[in-house]
Design a protein. Structure first.
Length: 247
């Protein structure tokens, strides 16, 4: 029988391998060197910033750490400051009491078991108080260059809407991403997906009209007109607006 079969989606994805490559090429073209928006100086301050970012925005965390890091940048500093001292700088963030407690406890463990350094090791990271899989993935990727992909609320939404890696849980989405994202895009994937979700594929109303992956995305309810927005947007602005988050 004549006629060619349609290419199959990659395992776990609704997109084909070619579409996934096009997807990441488009994101890479819009933002060739994606980085976290959290401000940090070294692996320890990155770890602190990521722990603080649970239920807080990166902008809020950066505001708090600008002050905090002026007074404390090492595990020794954090122990000296103590819970009470740390709380003073992070009161504006959700769960600040618990976060202060975890930061003191993890600083102590880093000094006692890891020579004061952040371990380049998933298991050791996940044993630290306040550090779960997502935080470990961010630290491994950003501080140590590992091709890990942290799945937060933005990544979860984007992966489900687009069909790139649909899943019921972050862990399921992460497992599919690890399978289908081509090696050369692994390191940047987490950042590209977060920025896409944060600035374009927003929870309440995705801005599909300026989305770099709109031709590939499988979301059935794409918003292809900007008409309902209060402000007119530049028509060719495909790059996620990282700068908008910087105050
Ligand atoms: S086309 Fe729309 S739904 Fe799809 S990823 Fe882009 S913004 Fe999200």
């Amino acid at each position: 029988m004549a006629g060619s079969k349609a290419p199959r989606p990659a395992p776990g994805s609704r997109l084909t391998g070619k579409e996934i490559t096009r997807f990441f090429k488009a994101l890479a073209a819009a933002d060739p060197e994606p980085r976290t928006e959290l401000r940090y100086r070294d692996p320890f301050t990155l770890l602190v910033a990521v722990v603080l970012s649970a239920q807080a925005t990166d902008v809020g965390v950066n505001r708090a750490t600008a002050e905090l890091f002026a007074h404390a940048r090492t595990p020794e500093d954090f122990l000296r400051l103590g819970e009470e001292g740390i709380r003073r700088y992070i009161r504006s963030l959700g769960l600040y009491r618990n976060k202060a407690k975890n930061l003191v406890a993890l600083s102590r463990i880093l000094l006692e078991r890891h020579g004061g350094r952040v371990p380049h090791d998933r298991e050791a990271l996940e044993r630290l108080p306040g550090v779960g899989r997502k935080t470990a993935n961010v630290v491994l990727n950003e501080a140590f260059g590992e091709p890990t992909i942290a799945v937060d609320t933005h990544v979860f939404r984007v992966c489900n809407r687009t069909g790139l890696a649909p899943g019921r849980t972050p862990r399921e989405v992460e497992a599919t991403l690890q399978r289908v994202v081509p090696d050369r895009f692994r390191r940047g994937a987490h950042h590209w997906l977060i920025l896409l979700g944060r600035y374009i594929c927003k929870a309440r109303r995705p801005e599909c009209w300026r989305c770099p992956v709109r031709e590939i995305c499988r979301y059935p309810d794409k918003e292809l007109s900007a008409d309902r927005t209060a402000r007119a947007r530049p028509k060719a602005s495909a790059a996620p607006r990282r700068a908008a988050a910087r105050s």
